[in-house]
Design a protein around this ligand. Structure first.
Ligand code: PTJ
Length: 251
C-alpha cells in the first residue's frame, strides 16, 4: 500500500501498474528495466516537458497531420502507460494504431490489442507478415499498416527497427527519454520526454495547428539541435544539482 502523501506517489503507482501488467503477461519483464532506465533520464530533465521537447511534440503533430498514411506503433510499455491517451491521439489525427512487439507472442499481441480496444482505440489488427528487414520479431507487421506508412510514431523503441524504418524512407518519430540511444539518434524526430507527458502534448498540438504552421515546423525540423538541447538541459541541471542546493524532484 503506497500512501498518497508519499513524495514519489505518482512514480511508485506507475511502477505498481507496470509490475501488475508484467504479472498478467501484458508487459514484457524486460519492460520493467526499460522503464527504470527511462526514469533515470526523466530525473535528469527534472520530470517536466522541456522547451525543446515541447517543440518536438508540436513538430511531431505537424508530421502526423501532414502524413498520407500515419501509423502509431504500440508496444507493451506504451499500452500499459498511455492506452487512453493513444485513443485521444488517434481521434485527433486519424492515425492508424498497430501493435508491434520486440518480445512477441500471439498471447501478448491479443492481450495488448484487448487493452487498447477497452481504452477506446480502434486497433488495426489482422494477419501480420514478416515484412521488415530485421532478424528479430519486430519484423512482423501488416502490409496495409506500418509497412505502408509514410510517418510512423515509435514510442520506447529499440534502435534496430528505427534504423530499418528510416532506411525504408519512412519519417520516424521516436519518444525516448535517452537522447544517447540508437533510436534517438536514428529517428527523423526524437521527443525526449516521458511518454505520459509526450503523447498528450502531441494530441494538444494536433488540435491547435493549422496547415501553415505545420509547414513551418516541418521545414525547421532539426533533430541534431533537439538532441543537443536535451543533453544541454540535462547537463545544466546536473551542474546546478551538484552545487549547494538541489532543485530536483525529491529522491
Ligand atoms: O513490449 P515489447 O515486447 O515490444 O518490449 C518493449 C521494450 C520497451 C522492453 C523494448 O522496446 C525495449 O527493450 O526497449 P529499449 O531498448 O529498452 O528502449 C526503450 C527506451 O525507452 C529506453 O531508451 C528508455 O530510456 C526509454 N523509456 C523507457 N521508459 C520511458 C522511456 N521513454 C519515455 N517515457 C518512458 N516512460
Amino acid at each position: 500500500m503506497i500512501p498518497q502523501d508519499h513524495p514519489r506517489y505518482r512514480s511508485l503507482m506507475t511502477r505498481e501498474r507496470l509490475a501488475a501488467a508484467a504479472r498478467e503477461g501484458v508487459l514484457a519483464m524486460e519492460g520493467l528495466t526499460a522503464h527504470g532506465r527511462g526514469e533515470a533520464f526523466d530525473y535528469l530533465i527534472g520530470e517536466r516537458t522541456t522547451e525543446s521537447a515541447a517543440l518536438a511534440e508540436r513538430t511531431a503533430a505537424a508530421l502526423i497531420l501532414s502524413a498520407r498514411h500515419p501509423v502509431i506503433s504500440v508496444n507493451g510499455n506504451t499500452a500499459v502507460l498511455v492506452a487512453e491517451e493513444i485513443a485521444a491521439l488517434q481521434e485527433a489525427t486519424g492515425a492508424l494504431v498497430e501493435v508491434n512487439l520486440f518480445h512477441r507472442t500471439e498471447e501478448r499481441i491479443r492481450l495488448i490489442e484487448d487493452l487498447l480496444t477497452r481504452a477506446g482505440v480502434d486497433v488495426f489488427s489482422g494477419q501480420a507478415e514478416r515484412l521488415l528487414p530485421l532478424s528479430h520479431d519486430r519484423a512482423w507487421c501488416r502490409r496495409e499498416g506500418m509497412f505502408s506508412a509514410d510517418v510512423i510514431l515509435v514510442p520506447l523503441e529499440d534502435g534496430d527497427r528505427c534504423e530499418a524504418l528510416t532506411k525504408m524512407n519512412k519519417t520516424v518519430i521516436a519518444i525516448d527519454l535517452n537522447p544517447l540511444s540508437r533510436t534517438a539518434r536514428a529517428a527523423s524526430l526524437t521527443i525526449v520526454d516521458e511518454i505520459t507527458r509526450a503523447v498528450p502534448g502531441i494530441t494538444r498540438a494536433s488540435q491547435e495547428l493549422d496547415p501553415n504552421e505545420c509547414e513551418r515546423l516541418i521545414a525547421r525540423l532539426d533533430n541534431h539541435y533537439l538532441l543537443a538541447e536535451a543533453i544541454r538541459e540535462m547537463t545544466t541541471r546536473l551542474a546546478a544539482c551538484s552545487g549547494s542546493r538541489s532543485t530536483g524532484p525529491a529522491p
